[in-house]
Design a protein around this ligand. Structure first.
Ligand code: AMP
Length: 399
């Protein structure tokens, strides 16, 4: 069954086309809203094709992607009606969605309601859904939510210590994100451990441009580091993560910044970029740190120290763990981050095999813990699009 997976951001659309679990094509359309939008399109086993177009909104972006998929030279499909279902990544499902769902008018209305709490993320997701409804009106569409996996968290983990009325009236609480990835790698981890998923305690560290850590107890998310928005938790590439909430108020007063400016400061100019003043990319930071650049080293230390503290606190939340999983661009590729974040945790039964960790092969799932380690340290490549494709297939077939 051929399924198109779409991840619509504010100015970009990522896509992958699957035939069952087999990836047929993938691509990224960037700079939507301009006459210089760039489409990078790759059919599996062929060379990447890059082209530039005027694409002013998501509708024409998706039209371009569909026409590329059926193009005689660049394409892979004989006709557009070969696509039997479309799966959308939807960032925020609020408290309404604890699993993936077929998109109906009622579901659309609920996703619209979530715009209030996810004003940056849900509108482009919705634009993608509306565009597909017009371009492929007969094709079932499925929404896969970043927040759904964390809906199992207990109240004590998701309620903030502010007046309770802000929860009941404004829905302010911890939601958590990256749920598709945390769910996927934790299930893969259970397979590697040779244990039933619902008998495991796993800490998953999704470390990429955005980073979040999740405690998964007996197959259920019980705590996660991101919050009401993806700004809470770990310091990230450009996001501040946990800070004293009084700090933005103080800076706003001192520097006379408005809400929009402080939002940009905390989301786009903070994190390891803010500390180092050099880059949000961990490859650059590691290179600069090796050359003796002190603030690059400091940024890496702040990141890894925070990660270590999250691992410790989630061990406490679950009374131990069977495995710690590293995934995402940093988690999968940076042996330095894995080494720093797991150092001196032998009192918790966490011992890394430094050799294995350094020699870990790119793109493969591997156990990098020492033989004596009670807690396994696993590196598992995530595959969010595959999860979306599978959920979409399952739901489209059963409806
Ligand atoms: P993601 O958002 O999961 O695609 O992760 C992207 C981030 O992963 C990049 O911004 C880099 O900081 C990081 N990254 C990718 N490859 C490496 C690597 N070999 N070493 C360190 N960091 C890496």
């Amino acid at each position: 069954m051929k399924v198109l997976v779409l991840n619509c951001g504010s100015s970009s659309i990522k896509y992958k086309l699957y035939d069952d679990d087999q990836q047929l094509a993938e691509g990224l359309l960037e700079k939507i809203g301009t006459s210089q939008a760039q489409l990078n399109h790759t059919v599996t086993g062929r060379k990447k094709v890059v082209s530039v177009h005027e694409v002013l909104e998501h509708h024409s972006g998706i039209e371009l992607i569909l026409s590329t998929l059926v193009d005689g030279e660049k394409g892979i499909l004989g006709a557009i009606d070969e696509i039997q279902a479309v799966g959308h990544r939807v960032v925020h499902g609020g408290e309404a969605f604890s699993q993936s769902t077929l998109i109906t008018p009622e579901v659309l209305a609920k996703i619209e309601e979530c715009i209030d709490i996810a004003p940056l993320h849900n509108p482009p997701n919705l634009s993608g859904i509306y565009a597909v409804s017009e371009l492929l009106p007969k094709v079932p569409q499925v929404a896969v939510f970043d927040t759904a996996f964390h809906q199992t968290m207990p109240e004590k983990a998701y309620i903030y210590a502010i007046p309770y009325v802000f929860y009941t009236r404004n829905h302010i609480r911890k939601y958590g994100f990256h749920g598709v990835s945390h769910g996927y790698v934790s299930e893969e981890a259970a397979t590697m451990l040779g244990k039933p998923y619902n008998e495991t305690r796993i800490i998953t560290c999704h470390l990429g441009n955005g980073s979040s850590i999740t405690a998964i107890d007996h197959g259920k998310s019980v705590d996660t580091s991101m919050g009401f928005t993806p700004l809470e938790g770990m310091p990230m590439g450009t996001r501040c993560g946990d800070i004293d909430p009084a700090v933005p108020l103080y800076i706003m007063g001192k520097e006379e910044l408005n809400q929009q400016q402080i939002n940009a400061l905390l989301n786009k100019h903070s994190g390891v970029l803010g500390i180092s003043g050099i880059s949000n990319d961990f490859r650059t930071l590691e290179e600069e740190s090796a050359k003796g650049e002190k603030r690059a080293t400091l940024a890496l230390e702040v990141f890894c120290y925070k990660l270590k503290k999250y691992i410790g606190s989630y061990m406490a939340a679950m009374n131990g763990a069977d495995a710690i999983v590293f995934t995402g661009g940093i988690g999968e590729n940076s042996y330095t981050v894995r080494e720093l974040a797991t150092s001196d945790l032998d009192f918790l039964g966490i011992v890394l095999d430094k050799e294995k960790n350094r020699n870990k092969k790119r793109g493969e799932a591997e156990d990098v813990s020492a033989d004596c380690s009670r807690v396994r340290i696993l590196v598992i490549p995530t595959n969010e699009e595959l999860v979306i494709a599978r959920d979409t297939r399952r739901i489209a077939v059963s409806n």
